[in-house]
Design a protein around this ligand. Structure first.
Ligand code: TH1
Length: 839
């Protein structure tokens, strides 16, 4: 470059390496270089996307340097590694997060500006990897961020779905699903490692044989083999060198199989094998909680788990460690039961392939594995029919029988003659046509079992897992979920971040409890004023976005009342709608009525096959169409449905919310994590005593939380005493009027049948007690409306919420996992100079 580096004038002839340097000029030059040499473009024809790619590679180079040093250090120091097994990951866009974690956001902003571009525009070019459905996948991503930030050696293992969660469009008020071709334009964040591919067997049969030493052995003769190719993505920690690996597996046809078919002259057959193999990792199942027992789903689970465990054993043996020490070197966490087949697979690998005896193999397995349960919904508990399971994994079925027999022998000794206990604990459900209970396999094969919030863990101990708790109380613990403040505060809410850091410094970003120092400032009028200005500006941003994307005008001084999460009846978006219709009726009865203006904002996807959830989306948009156009009400009520709620879009929503809707039926939401993200950004919560809401309320203070509804115990009691929703309808005029208006066809162009399934369902079944909680919810919302009138007090409450939210950092959660379950310690990564300055 012609212009000399201004920094060189002061520091002498020192040139930063183009792949590692952080100076603005170096970054600018690196972007230009990558545009030329990676994208193969010159500025005159380069698109915004080309520049995004050039920048992404520029950032990746700086990460690679840290990544390689991390891997090297882990190898040399023989450290214990956390292996997180998860069928889902929702990391969100990588670029912005990596800029925050590397600490180069301002420099890159300027380097991009020096190139005549706008960083926000480039950030918007990134297609996010939607490799998960919702909370469970996002939790895995937050935990990967915290592991790296806390300098804990970790590998995340999962599936590289070619199609992630579908993109949602709204047409005529209905959800329409569009396939998510996220890899279409390439992915600069992953590195394929074809040299580390492994083979995974499926189907066939088993046979016994006697080995040279006269030992009885079993051999699995598969019907098919699929190759797993790892794709690695670096996960950087915040302001540390530690850069861990997210290793996702893609299914391919093994070369040997193609050749075999070729030799027989079956060219088309060979190509066909390739297509069937690649189908395995084609698409993510888009159901958030109930998973159907589909063969392809079991194939996906076994595929990624087998790849991952083979990979771990390879790493272990490369380190020349004896197999007996496997559990000293790896802690394997099962993210729900989706990877629970890993317990049988590790046993198979150790016993059949590495010829370890059963008892030793079982000790290693139990010591290595730990299990997190994420749901109490009965329809979400995974079971597989013996028929399907045995056809796909014949050897694993035998191993599960063996595990079960030995386990039940133990149970028999403890509960002499109690056959009920045996049936309740068995890995096999003998009713309903014999099924394998994956949660039971996970419990028996793990040394630790945890729920994801205090209430959830208690309900596990007294409910679905009570017999296991009675047997092994010491295995159980609670690990309340957390979220990373790097993405969910620093990245998405720079205004709030600056305000906070200007007042209490930056330590809170790594020690979220330090937000406590904000508490005294809640009484400082000028701080409160600035807080209000920040909130107002962020709300204006969202209003502008909604204006440009949907042509809808919303009032930034209204309450932004937000419910954004997957659509499910237990989450009760329809309870929210009943509140809106109730307000609407009030205005219609009394057009002059005083009412705090509200903007109701919804976001979320429904599983494509979940008809009621889709109908609730239609109800929201239908009520929105009526309300938003009605001159009598639209100054007080507006309804916005934000399509395609994903990580990217959620990042605009959380910072702008005033009120966070966490209104699930008590006892149904295991934890929730959106509740934490809203709170961290200064929203107040209206919620039930469910999941982590309970702990959020305890942390922020009952007086700073809008509580309503039945408790989990009251829900259980009411259901046991034959709940009659109709009685609530009969005795509550406002509720009756709201439901009648919906069923009259008022919101559906006179079509009274459209919402009948919903209304009838509520009147006659109402499994999630919407009608029972209606009045309590309305009363609570009325007090919210009142409270918002007093902006001073509202702001003070919001500040106290943020000041007391520290517990809900994923750093706290990961520290607990490290201490109580994984027994792993931090490993500091020093950077070794790679390239010397070239003078
Ligand atoms: C969610 C839970 O519903 C939510 O309450 C919790 O905060 C989150 O996990 C993280 O712990 C779950 N997602 C899934 C997805 C599938 C199956 C079960 C659950 S539970 C596919």
């Amino acid at each position: 470059s012609g212009q000399s580096d201004s920094m060189d004038v002061q520091t002498g002839p020192q040139i930063e390496d183009d792949r590692t340097g952080f100076s603005i000029e170096t970054l600018r030059r690196a972007i230009a270089d990558n545009l030329y040499y990676i994208q193969g473009k010159f500025p005159e024809i380069a698109t915004q996307y080309d520049y995004y790619m050039a920048l992404a590679y520029t950032v990746r180079d700086r990460i690679l340097h840290r990544w390689i040093n991390t891997v090297k250090t882990y190898r040399e120091q023989d450290v214990k590694v956390v292996c997180y097994l998860s069928a889902e990951y929702l990391p969100g866009p990588h670029l912005g997060n990596n800029l925050v974690n590397l600490g180069i956001y301002p420099q890159v902003e300027q380097a991009v500006r020096a190139s005549g571009l706008d960083l926000n525009a480039l950030l918007a070019e990134e297609e996010e990897p939607g490799l998960g459905n919702g909370g469970l996948g996002r939790l895995a991503a937050c935990y990967m961020d915290s592991l790296a930030t806390l300098e804990i050696p970790a590998i995340g293992y999962g599936i590289r779905y070619e199609y992630g969660i579908f993109d949602q469009e709204i047409r005529d008020g209905w959800q329409v699903e569009i396939t998510d071709k996220w890899l279409r334009l390439g992915n600069p964040w992953e590195i394929p490692r074809p040299e580390n591919a492994v083979d995974v067997k499926f189907g066939g049969y088993t046979e016994s044989y006697t080995d040279d030493q006269g030992h009885y052995r079993v051999r699995w003769v598969p019907h098919q083999v699929v190759k797993g190719v790892p794709y690695d993505t670096p996960i950087s920690g915040y302001r540390v060198n530690t850069t861990n690996t997210l290793r996702l597996w893609k299914a391919e046809a093994p070369e040997s199989f193609d050749f075999q078919a070729f030799n027989l002259g079956d060219y088309y057959g060979a190509v066909d094998t390739k297509i069937t193999s690649e189908n395995l990792t084609k698409v993510l199942y888009p159901n958030d909680e109930p998973i159907q027992g589909k063969q392809l789903r079991l194939e996906q689970q076994y595929f990624f788990v087998s790849c991952s465990l083979q990979n771990l054993l390879k790493i272990h043996l490369l380190r020349e460690d004896p197999l007996e020490t496997f559990a000293d070197k790896f802690a394997i966490q099962l993210n729900d039961t989706h990877p629970a087949i890993g317990i049988a697979e590790l046993m198979r690998l150790l016993v059949d392939e590495y010829l370890i005896n059963w008892e030793i193999a079982w000790d290693i397995t139990q010591e290595a594995f730990a299990f997190t349960n994420h749901t109490l919904l009965p329809e979400a508990l995974e079971t597989w029919s013996l028929e399907l399971f045995g056809r796909l994994l014949p050897r694993h079925l035998e191993i599960i029988y063996e595990i079960n027999q030995r386990f039940l022998d133990q149970v028999r000794l403890k509960y002499l003659g109690n056959t009920d206990k045996l049936a309740q604990l068995s890995l096999l459900d003998e009713r309903r046509g014999k099924r394998i209970r994956m949660a039971h396999l996970a419990c028996v094969g793990s040394h630790a079992i945890n729920g994801v919030a205090a209430l959830h863990t208690e309900l596990l101990k007294t409910g679905v897992l009570r017999d296991f708790y009675e047997l092994w109380p010491e295995k159980f613990s609670n690990k309340t979920n957390g979220v990373t403040p790097r993405r969910w505060m620093v990245l998405i809410n720079p205004r709030l971040t600056q305000l906070i850091s200007r007042n209490i410094g930056e330590s809170w970003i790594k020690q979220l409890d330090d937000l406590r120092q904000l508490a005294p400032l809640a009484n400082d009028p000028s701080f409160c004023h600035e807080w209000r200005q920040v909130k107002r500006a962020v709300k204006q941003d969202l209003a502008d976005y909604i204006q440009t994307t949907q042509g809808l005008t919303i009032n930034p001084d209204s309450i932004y009342d937000v419910q954004a999460k997957r659509f499910h009846e237990y989450k009760r978006q329809h309870l929210n709608v009943l509140h809106i219709v109730t307000l609407y009726n009030r205005i219609k009865h009394n057009p002059e009525i005083e009412m705090t203006p509200r903007t109701f904002i919804f976001g979320g996807k429904a599983a494509p096959g979940y008809r009621m959830a889709k109908l609730i989306i239609k109800l929201i948009t239908a009520v929105g169409d009526a309300v938003n156009q009605d001159p009598d009400v639209c100054d007080r009520i507006k309804i916005v449905f934000m399509p395609d709620f994903n990580v990217t879009n959620s990042q605009r929503i959380y910072p702008a919310a005033d009120l966070s809707e966490q209104i699930s039926t008590a006892g149904k939401e295991a934890s929730g994590t959106g509740n934490m993200k809203f709170s961290m950004n200064g929203a107040l919560t209206i919620g039930t005593l469910d999941g982590a809401n309970i702990e959020i309320r305890e942390a922020v203070g009952a007086e700073n939380f809008y509580l309503f509804g039945l408790t989990a115990q009251e829900v259980a009691d009411l259901k046991a005493s034959s709940y009659n929703p109709r009685a609530y309808y009969d005795s509550n005029a406002a509720l009756r009027e709201a439901l009648d208006l919906i069923s009259s066809g008022y919101f559906s162009h006179g079509d009274g049948s459209l919402f009948q399934p919903l209304v009838e369902g509520l009147l006659h079944h109402d499994p999630y007690l919407v009608l029972a909680d209606y009045q309590s919810y309305i009363d609570c919302q009325d007090s919210v409306g009142q409270a918002f009138q007093d902006q001073e007090t509202w702001t003070r409450t919001a500040i106290l919420n943020v000041a007391r939210i520290g517990k809900f950092s994923s750093d706290r959660a990961i520290r607990e996992y490290c201490q109580d379950i994984w027994h792993v310690d931090p490993v500091h990564i020093k950077l070794e100079e790679y390239v010397q300055a070239k003078a």
